[in-house]
Design a binder for this molecule. Structure first.
Ligand code: GLY
Length: 359
């Protein structure tokens, strides 16, 4: 009889771990109290390395780059499991742009930093920028194209991974429980993002809240861009990510304080609308389809916590702004760790992401 695994957390990370583990023979139950995947359902879906690369976050960028390399195999695997992946990829490239001279200086510093990681987004002129994103306004001063840095539809991805999990025999339950000890399983994986401290006492995860918008395109309005557009815009950051029927605009970021306060803030929503419509004036004709907010689970050093807490419990949380991009690598590390036990796992990331590293 195969061993029983309980994966707690129904977002993309928990669902991907459950799918991979079930394929490797674990009798897996996915505990998904939020059936829509909480944080996953309010993401932009960028597979962002250049776009998220920030001076001072070198280890995170290395992790992101390693994760990016897993995406072609992930999509092929989903297809191999009979899952339709046609709606998952929504953009293949990213345009990085800046508004005023201070924004351009900020963007230039990021571009210089990326060169150390052998990433060289190409400077592009206004014509080239507008051929990728015709809606770009006249306020854009400088731009670089990060070729191959695409984006996925977060909700289509989660549906596809859940479908793969279902085909692999994963049972999904929304039943509530209070303690890990209450779960009837040989091994437990906790992938509950910002809620990890509720199950693992003292887990060093805090929540950063952010507002995000979904805008739908009426037939008369200009089409969404072909690329992800990420802008440094008058001292703030804004991104516009295409969807089949419109765009996602994100995202604000600030310390959450109270995790129960999930309502979007008026100030955050208004900043996003102002910045997005200055960046792309044609968006003013779109409809506001959804105003959302989510919590990014963050850790003291910016790297996630992935690894063993005790003989029965493995954790995979704290992915901050990069949960979707890094989900395939996270699932690979966790499933290697489960399969290898009691031998030590082989991934070089295991020591760097050790959840007990702050103890
Ligand atoms: N990865 C984009 C965000 O967290 O807003």
């Amino acid at each position: 009889m195969s061993a029983r695994l309980a994966v707690v957390g129904g977002g993309v990370i928990g669902s991907m771990i459950a799918w991979r583990a079930a394929r490797n023979g674990w009798r897996t139950t996915l505990h998904a109290p939020d059936i829509d995947g909480a944080g996953t359902s309010v993401a932009g879906g960028m597979l962002g390395c250049a776009g998220e690369g920030r001076p001072g976050e070198d280890a995170l960028l290395e992790f992101a780059l390693a994760a990016r390399d897993r995406w072609p195999a992930l999509l092929a695997d989903l297809e191999g499991s009979g899952v339709d992946t046609a709606d998952i990829m929504v953009a293949a490239d990213t345009l990085l742009v800046a508004a005023d001279s201070s924004d351009s200086g900020h963007l230039r510093a990021v571009i210089d930093h990326l060169a150390a990681f052998d990433m060289r987004p190409e400077p592009v002129d206004r014509n080239r920028m507008r051929s990728a994103a015709a809606m770009l306004g006249s306020g854009v001063r400088r731009g670089y194209l990060a070729s191959g840095e695409g984006a996925v539809d977060n909700r289509a991805l989660l549906a596809a991974v859940r479908c793969g999990a279902h085909s692999a025999g994963v049972t999904v339950t929304t039943e509530k429980f209070c303690r890990i000890d209450d779960l009837d399983a040989d091994q437990v994986v906790v992938a509950t993002g910002s809620w990890a401290p509720d199950l693992i006492e003292g887990a060093p995860v805090t929540a950063e809240k952010g507002e995000i918008l979904r805008l739908s395109r009426p037939p008369s309005a200009p089409p969404p861009p072909d690329v992800v557009v990420r802008a440094r815009w008058r001292g703030r950051s804004v991104y516009v990510v295409p969807r089949r029927d419109g765009v996602v605009v994100g995202a604000t970021q600030y310390e959450a304080g109270d995790r129960a306060d999930t309502a979007p803030r008026v100030g955050g929503v208004s900043d996003l609308l102002i910045d997005a419509t200055e960046l792309m004036p044609g968006l003013a004709e779109y409809r506001v389809a959804e105003i959302g907010s989510g919590l990014r689970p963050t850790t003291p050093d910016g790297l996630p916590l992935v690894g063993r807490c005790d003989d029965r419990t493995v954790v995979a949380v704290g992915h901050g702004r990069n949960g979707i991009l890094t989900a395939p690598l996270t699932a690979e590390i966790v499933v290697d760790l489960l399969d290898a036990a009691p031998s030590p796992p082989t991934s070089p990331w295991v020591a760097r992401l050790d959840p007990r590293r702050f103890a």
